[in-house]
Design a protein around this ligand. Structure first.
Ligand SMILES: C[S@@+](CC[C@H](N)C(=O)[O-])C[C@H]1O[C@@H](n2cnc3c(N)ncnc32)[C@H](O)[C@@H]1O
Ligand code: SF4
Ligand code: SF4
Length: 316
């Protein structure tokens, strides 16, 4: 029997970016991804978009994937092809407005960017029954700051009404958002707030805004209002070599996070540094990570390391 192949993102994924719509956000493989579905949000033709995906799906199935998919680790063998190509894996990166100025991020440099509301696109997808809940699916908000995204709360309401249960929200926590609150109460949401520091001084060195106390207060509010059986709030620390890669700061952050009620911890390494250092972390970083991992085990805290890097660089 001839072998068949599939990619879950080609079957069921979509990535809303600032300059258009793509299939996925994987870029670390040989073909470098970015399969364009539409270069504009004006007059979207969903039939054409799904036709494009269907054709690429067939190419992947035959073992001769589109050039941009070559070398991608998401392509796996399969027995049968998915017929219903409704969307389950939705990445929302279509906005860059932000109230922080993190030294590791370029979002806040694009202050002249004119954001388009995604509400009409979501509405159309639900009307056409092309966006559905799936037990492994998600809607992920990253982009700039979701709490400032145009129509964020309206989109959240619409997705909840249409039965979407799983979300990932990356927020800086500076502005308390009713939309995020609704997700934490009504759905299975992972909210991830990158604090990167255990005190206001280090926070301000990294974020360049005086908002440490505000973020801690908002985190406490989210923790108190969430449905703890369904949702989960993560405190994240991006290790930025030369800035916050010291054990004292990391322990301060860890203790503070636990003191305010956080039960899930994520560590990461600043991406550009990682890329420029042969995708290797230093032994002293490994040592710090081990200390936090052991403390998490002792305190029954969920621990993740590397998750966004894995996603970004396609590490499995
Ligand atoms: C671009 S942000 C947007 C969402 C939101 N404003 C926030 O800060 O969480 C999405 C995620 O990427 C992470 N991130 C941004 N730049 C990074 C970098 N250079 N290295 C590692 N993680 C980074 C952020 O911490 C955040 O968790
Ligand atoms: S094969 Fe890789 S690059 Fe191609 S659609 Fe799937 S995840 Fe994206
Ligand atoms: S808060 Fe998020 S979007 Fe804003 S500058 Fe920082 S990482 Fe970028």
């Amino acid at each position: 029997m001839t072998k068949k192949y599939k990619c879950d993102y080609m079957d069921s994924g979509i990535n809303f970016e600032r300059n258009g719509i793509y299939v996925c956000c994987k870029t670390a493989h040989k073909g470098k991804g970015w399969l364009l579905l539409s270069d504009s949000y004006e007059n979207l033709d969903w039939d054409k978009i799904f036709e494009l995906k269907k054709n690429w799906q067939k190419q992947i199935a035959s073992g001769n994937p589109p050039e941009k998919c070559i070398g991608c680790s998401e392509i796996v063998e399969t027995d049968e092809l998915v017929e219903d190509m409704s969307l389950y894996y939705v990445d929302v990166n279509s906005f860059c407005t932000c109230n922080s100025k993190c030294l590791y991020c370029d979002c806040w440099h694009f202050d002249s960017f004119k954001e388009t509301s995604l509400y009409p696109a979501f509405l159309k997808l639900f009307e056409k029954k092309l966006l559905k809940h799936d037990k492994y699916g998600y809607i992920q908000f990253a982009g700039g700051e979701p709490a400032l995204m145009i129509d964020f709360e309206k989109i959240v309401d619409l997705c909840i009404q249409n039965g979407i249960e799983r979300y990932i929200v990356n927020s800086n926590g500076i502005k308390y958002s009713k939309g995020i609150e609704k997700l934490l109460i009504n759905t299975k949401t992972n909210l991830c707030v990158s604090l990167d520091s255990g005190c206001a001084e280090t926070y301000e060195k990294i974020k360049n805004v005086p908002c440490f106390d505000k973020v801690i207060n908002n985190l406490k509010k989210y923790i108190n209002t969430q449905n703890k059986d369904k949702s989960c709030i993560w405190s994240k620390y991006i290790i930025i070599p030369g800035v916050n890669d010291n054990e004292e700061e990391l322990k301060k952050w860890f203790n503070l996070s636990l003191n305010i009620g956080i039960r899930s911890i994520a560590l990461d390494i600043e991406r550009e540094w990682f890329k420029n250092h042969n995708r290797q972390i230093l032994p002293e970083h490994e040592n710090m990570i081990n200390i936090i991992q052991i403390a998490c085990r002792e305190n029954n805290i969920k621990f993740e390391f590397y998750e966004s890097l894995k996603c970004f660089y396609g590490i499995r």
